[in-house]
Design a protein around this ligand. Structure first.
Ligand code: ATP
Ligand code: MG
Length: 200
């Protein structure tokens, strides 16, 4: 499974609907400072519900909505809603249909070779709302998390390696480093289950 495309609408510096294609093996994003490269990573973290664990660069969710006066520190007089869609190529069946049906809470999940996860944030006068969609169906964050966990994508995982993570890993004790490898290899899950079993 891999990301095939991102569709950003009014997300951070992307004030226009923007489609960003990703290749199967390797994609590099280049551009001048401040052109929005890191915002693309933030978009992935936001949409997949990984933001809190992996350190998205925003004080609050509503800061993620495109603000034409952002660099001048102006109040947002722009749109009141942002959306990011992550289109996943699932043609290798990393997520099977049953898992998708389960997460969407419906048999009617459409194309399972191309799975889309979308998140919107909407600001009102005195509040804000966040919505997740799986193949167009409204779901909860936990549904998205459960689904992604089947493909080894978890909030604590290293599917997204942020700036500073590498230095942090170098500075870890061998034991802490081992825990990361266990996590990536999928062993940690069984360790946790074993511990639970001993406690019972
Ligand atoms: P660098 O090479 O320095 O790492 P970058 O390409 O990663 O740069 P980003 O950090 O992705 O750049 O983009 C930063 C820019 O995004 C800021 O200059 C700011 O103008 C813009 N930005 C962030 N949030 C918003 C927002 N809500 N509305 C409009 N623009 C925003
Ligand atoms: Mg950057």
């Amino acid at each position: 499974m891999h990301i095939k495309e991102l569709v950003l609408e009014n997300f951070k510096s992307f004030g226009r609907k923007t489609r960003i294609p990703f290749y199967e093996d390797f994609t590099v994003v280049t551009g001048p400072n401040g052109s929005g490269k890191s915002n693309i990573i933030d978009a992935v973290l936001f949409a997949l519900g990984l933001a809190r664990a992996r350190g998205i660069r925003a004080q609050k969710l509503t800061d993620l909505i495109y603000n034409p006066g952002f660099d001048d520190g102006a109040e947002n007089a722009g749109p009141n809603e942002a959306s990011v869609e992550v289109v996943l190529d699932n043609s290798d069946g990393s997520l099977d249909r049953g898992q998708i049906v389960n997460a969407a809470g419906s048999e009617d999940v459409g194309d399972v070779e191309e799975v889309t996860i979308r998140r919107r944030v909407k600001e009102t006068e005195d509040n804000y709302y966040s919505y997740y969609y799986l193949n167009g169906r409204s779901v909860n964050l936990s549904d998205i998390q459960d689904l992604l966990a089947q493909a080894g994508v978890t909030p604590e995982g290293y599917n997204v390696v942020m700036q500073g993570d590498v230095t942090e890993i170098i500075n870890m004790t061998p034991h802490e480093r081992r825990e990361i490898i266990d996590q990536i290899a999928g062993v940690a899950e069984f360790d946790a289950k074993k511990e639970d079993a001993f406690e019972e």
